[in-house]
Ligand binder design. Structure first.
Ligand code: ATP
Length: 348
């Protein structure tokens, strides 16, 4: 039930990109924890849908360099990277069809990031909303958090991606990427097609504890999100504890009743029904009974994914092979692009 919308004009034509696909999609996810329902419906499931399209190549990156923009424990990061691979595979990404790889294994991301950083001015980054929001409560802001969108531009441009699926919070970053592509092409000669943004119709899923915030991997309260590996009992408990309001009937009013509307959005995402249709069929239920109903739906749908994640976590040699071969395939493309860049800027 997610239809993708594209915008931004001037996307590349296959002849401009030099690759054989009409559409080359690039997307990334940070290995900052087990993916939650927001990541699943907002990113991973749309990737699986794109993978099914004829003439579309999907390149997916576990962006560990980006994860370092906030403090990480090395042991936990190592575990999170493998868990992220296992989760993406369990949700249906086929590593033979799509390219799935770890960002730090392809050194050209950091190298191109540096070159693009030298072409970016402070005012271009200062007004971007995401770093402002993430740094709001920090005493000292890491430079990497500030320059994050430049590295993101390098991620996309190295693969000459034509389409980038992102949440609405990331649209400004793709605009910066298009600006840098343009600047580079004008100064040095054409290398980079300008990527189009793809945004889904899905409403951002909100924290179960505070519907003013989005559901997020890095929220310190694990009860705020449902993770793809949560057991049936944990899912039921988290939904039971989800904040609601003092009204006991079910309705879909995202502005005035964001908490219950968020549960309806979660429920709807697992069906082909609109939120209003979900409300229609749930009129007889009070809030508590409705939370049980949502728990039944979530548990039934997540159980096979959880089982597969657990199986893949245990299959270390298969995971090693996926990580290794993904890095090789990605590096093949990245090296071609970056060799051209080195020559144009005068390094070689
Ligand atoms: P972190 O909390 O570490 O920033 P995150 O959970 O916000 O992580 P990202 O790794 O930044 O997730 O994003 C991965 C993808 O998941 C992006 O495409 C993003 O738009 C999508 N996504 C993240 N949170 C949600 C959400 N609550 N609802 C829908 N999509 C989401």
């Amino acid at each position: 039930n997610i239809t993708n919308r594209c915008f931004s004009s001037g996307a590349a034509h296959p002849e401009e990109t030099g690759h054989k696909y009409n559409k080359r999609v690039f997307s990334g996810i940070q290995p900052t924890g087990v993916p939650h329902l927001g990541n699943y419906f907002g990113a991973i499931k749309p990737w699986v849908d794109l993978q099914k399209e004829d003439g579309t190549e999907v390149i997916l990156c576990v962006v560990d360099l980006h994860a370092l923009t906030l403090p990480q424990d090395p042991t936990k990061l190592r575990e999170n990277i493998r868990d992220m691979f296992a989760s993406i595979l369990a949700c249906g990404i086929d590593p033979k069809k799509s390219i799935l790889f770890q960002q730090s294994s392809v050194s050209q991301h950091a190298e191109l990031g540096w070159i693009l950083g030298c072409m970016t001015t402070l005012p271009k980054l200062e007004h971007l909303p995401q770093w402002k929001q993430k740094s709001e409560t920090m005493k000292e802001v890491p430079l990497g958090l500030f320059t994050y969108p430049v590295l993101q531009a390098a991620d996309i441009l190295l693969y000459k991606a034509t389409h980038v699926p992102v949440g609405d919070d990331q649209v400004k970053h793709v605009e910066l990427c298009r600006h840098l592509a343009n600047l580079f092409n004008k100064k040095y000669g054409f290398v980079f097609p300008k990527p189009k943004v793809i945004t889904g119709d899905l409403k951002r899923l909100k924290s179960l504890r505070n519907p003013a915030k989005k559901m997020s991997k890095s929220d310190t309260d694990a009860n705020s999100r449902i993770e793809l590996t949560d057991s049936d009992d944990v899912i039921r408990q988290k939904l039971k504890k989800a904040v609601s309001d003092f009204t006991s009937y079910i309705s879909y009013e995202p502005e005035s009743r964001p908490a219950i509307s968020n549960l309806v959005n979660i429920h709807a995402a697992f069906t082909d029904l609109l939120p209003e249709e979900i409300v229609e069929e749930s009129l007889a239920l009070d809030t508590l009974a409705y939370k049980e109903r949502v728990a039944d739906v979530v548990i039934a749908n997540l159980a096979p994914i959880r089982k597969e994640i657990v199986r893949l976590r245990g299959d270390t040699s298969y995971l090693d092979e996926v990580i290794r071969s993904g890095a090789d395939r990605a590096a093949g493309i990245a090296t071609d692009t970056y060799d051209k860049v080195k020559q144009l800027v005068g390094f070689t």
